[in-house]
Each structure stands twice: as C-alpha cells, then as structure tokens.
Design a protein around this ligand. Sequence first.
Ligand code: GGG
Length: 367
Amino acid sequence: MSRHRVAVLAGDGIGPEVVEASLPVLDEAAGLEGVRLEWVHFPWGCDHWQETGRMMPADGLDLLRPFDAIFLGAVGRPDVPDHVSVRGLILPIRQAFHQYVNLRPMELLSGLPPVLAGRGGAPFPPESFRMVCVRENSEGEYVGAGGRFDQGSPDERAEQLSVFTRRGIERVARYAFHLADRRSRRLLASATKSNAWQHAMVLWDEVVEEVAQDFPRVTWRPYHVDALAARMVSHPESLDVILASNLFGDILSDLGAALTGSLGLAPGANLNPERSYPSMFEPIHGSAPDIAGRGIANPIGTLWAGALMLEHLGAPGAAARVEGAIRAVVAEGATLTPELGGRAGTVEVAEAVRLRLGDAGGAPPPS
Ligand code: GGG
C-alpha cells in the first residue's frame, strides 16, 4: 500500500464544511486502489489571523514543505479584508512553492440544467462545453508590487505593478501546449490584451508563439481576453485549452465555472510540475460567508480537486473513481445542492458520491 501525507488547510467559511465532507470519500477511493492518505490538519485562516495577526505562522511554509500535497478549502471572512486573507495564505504558498500552473477544468456535466441557451434556442449539449484553463499562477498581475501614495488627499494614487518574465511565460505555455497535445481536439486559445498592454502582453504573445513552434499538432491562436470571454458564451464548442495570465485566468475560469452551473462544481490544482515542492488542490470557490454553517455548500468542487490530487499523487484509478462517481451523481440528479436546484446538503452529496465509488472504478475521464 502506498502512503501519502497531505496537509489540510480547511480555512474559513464553507471551507471546513466541504473539506470535512470530502476527506472520507477521498480516503475510500484511495483505499479501493491500495493507496493510503494521511491527513494532517493546520488550523490556519482568518481565526488564526484574529488571534495572531497572521493567516499562517511565520514558519508556515517550512511546515508545509515536507508534505506530498496540500488540500485547501477556502479562505476569507467578511470582517477581514480579502487582500489580507488571500495574500496571507494562498498566494505565498503558490509563489514560494513555484506552483506556476493553476489548472482549472470547466466542464458541463450531463444532467445539469443548461445555463447557456445555445444558438437558435437549443441547449448546448454537454460535450460542447469542455475546457480547461491553464492559468499562470506565480507572477503577472499578482506579484503584489506597488503602493498607495498621498493617501487621503485628492491626489491619492495607487500603483499595482505586473511582472511578466520570459521564463515564467514559457514554462506555463509549454505546460498548456503539452496538455493540448494530449487532448483529442488539440486546440489552444491564448488570452492576451496586447492592444492595450503593449509591454507585458506583447512579450506574452511572442513567447507563446515561440513555444507553439514545438507543438505543430496543436491548433492555436491568441484572442483578446474580452473577445475570449464573449466566445466562451457564444461558441464554447470552439474552445479546449485556454492559456491565460494570473488575473485573466482567474476571471475566465470563474466565468467558465458559472456557465457550467455553479462555482461550487469547479476544481483547481496549483501545480509545481517539477515536483520540487508540494502542489496544492482546492475548489475554485471562496469562503461563501452567506451560506457558511448552513450545511448546503456544494462539495463537488472540493471532491473534484481531490481527484486531481489523487491523479497527481500517482493514483489515477482512485482519481477516476471520484470523477466517475461525481458524474454519476450529477447525471442522476436526485442528490444536488440548492444552487443546482436540488434539496440535498453538503454531507448528503458527498455521501452519494462515496456510494458510487465502487461502480465508477476505472472510468476514464473524457479528454
Ligand atoms: N478555494 C480557495 C479560495 O478561497 N479561493 C478564493 C480566492 O479568492 N482565491 C484567489 C485566487 O484564486 O487567485
């Protein structure tokens, strides 16, 4: 039996609820494939910030470093500024551990009522909406450089610096083209805004073009990010892999998740492809304080993030079980959370997925 040690950062709001419901499901899926997951919980987040002034201890990164993976719920609380919570926990982990790929699948699952009406009024068939966003996750608009000047005066200004490096763009572009090359449609759309950002996005376009030369089987093109957002709504069937900067990828993947029915469905993997550091897996949703504590948060994004983690840990059979079970539960439609029109709670949905793990073994996810 192989063993993997996973650091759990359940975090704030609905984070602890969706994580607690998901861990037994992931344990069981792993166990069915001869894999043992050892969870170690760290009580970091906004409560920790209130008590100590820090979202995680000063040596938090050192404590996380030896783990095989990190499993994150959500961070944020209405009384804590968002930049404190996100900059205090999520971004330092992503940046310090060189998790430069944020992989965010966006897929319309069979059985869900379509959000998009489709051209001519006919609903889009589920297979027409199957994308994955490869978001640059370590630099760009999220480097945090800049400052506030002349605060409180009429001349007050804020400067927020973006930093794009050739190395940073190249490595994430290479990952995205590799991924596109392995998928059946072999399409890649690169999100740019080089008409307005004449420095950073022109470098982005040049480096992406250079990397593309090594992947002749991938059909690709750049889109201005605004046009790409519109295309996700009007022609989703024309999109497959989306390569985007940190900010653009964050926005496009929330749009994509909403178009599939709910932000609660979508998983994210913060990957260090070289495996020099632990990678981190999380649902893309935030802490959702409006529904926290009510037991109705959708655990599917968290479970799916767990499937991505199992895949990364070298347990593809366990990952396929979780993904197959999610697909089965959603297609059945009897156990869904309220935002998808159902009446089930977090624990019930997770339990329904757990009960389908046995019959979902080995089902390969569509590419
Ligand atoms: N599930 C983790 C979480 O709470 N995400 C909320 C968020 O705002 N994340 C920032 C980001 O993904 O860049």
